[in-house]
Design a protein around this ligand. Structure first.
Ligand code: FES
Ligand code: FES
Length: 209
């Protein structure tokens, strides 16, 4: 112990270090650097007050969250869920889309603190426990949609969310429903075909077809 730390201070610090080490899967040294200077806030300040629990993909995850931190940042750089992509980071491209209480939202534009009592579903939580793909994911396999696939997880999450409200859309309805997602490869026609196949797969799985 140094600088007058009490045993309680030391054990709390050890606990926090354990949370970060266990939950963070940081992809590169660059991300480590960015995480340490995110919006100018040092990760050392007020850590104890920033520990929250998030319901992600059906699991309670304890995580250290800064007050100005976005959900996309938390998912990718604190919880290691890098299937959620960051494209524009300003609510324009949709690549960061996740479901929050079944509603597709841009995770780059939500503060993590605001979803602490909600159910968050990311692309990693979509397949069944035995590895069986979600019907919408299977639709992409069936139709060979996407080129580079950077935008893919966002499109999938948007489609899954849309189909919860409208499980039997026309092609035009689905196109409109997922129009908040952009594809830099401009593979829109094939993407839409894949998503329509995914909708069909869902209806078949639900015994509607
Ligand atoms: S990264 Fe969130 S909308 Fe583009
Ligand atoms: S397939 Fe490349 S960005 Fe969409």
């Amino acid at each position: 112990m140094t600088n007058g730390d009490t045993p309680k201070d030391v054990s709390r610090r050890a606990f926090i270090k354990g949370v970060i080490a266990g939950g963070a899967a940081v992809a590169s040294a660059n991300y480590l650097f960015r995480a340490s200077t995110f919006l100018g806030q040092s990760p050392g300040a007020g850590l104890g007050e920033r520990l929250i629990a998030l319901n992600v993909n059906g699991q309670q995850r304890r995580v250290d969250v800064m007050k100005q931190e976005t959900l996309a940042w938390t998912l990718r750089y604190k919880l290691g869920l890098t299937g959620t992509k960051l494209g524009c980071d300003r609510a324009e491209c949709g690549s960061c889309t996740v479901l929050v209480d079944d509603v597709p939202l841009y995770s780059c534009s939500i503060l993590t603190h605001t979803v602490r009592n909600k159910k968050i579903l990311t692309i990693e939580g979509l397949a069944a426990a035995d590895g069986t793909l979600h019907p919408v994911q299977q639709g992409i396999i069936d139709e060979q949609g996407f080129q580079c696939a950077f935008c893919m997880s966002g499109f999938i999450m948007s489609t899954v969310g849309f189909l919860k409200a409208n499980p039997n859309p026309t092609r035009a309805e689905l196109a409109y429903g997922i129009s908040g997602n952009l594809c830099r490869c401009q593979d829109y026609d094939k993407i839409l075909t894949s998503m329509m196949r995914g909708a069909e797969n869902m209806r078949r799985g639900n015994g509607v077809l």
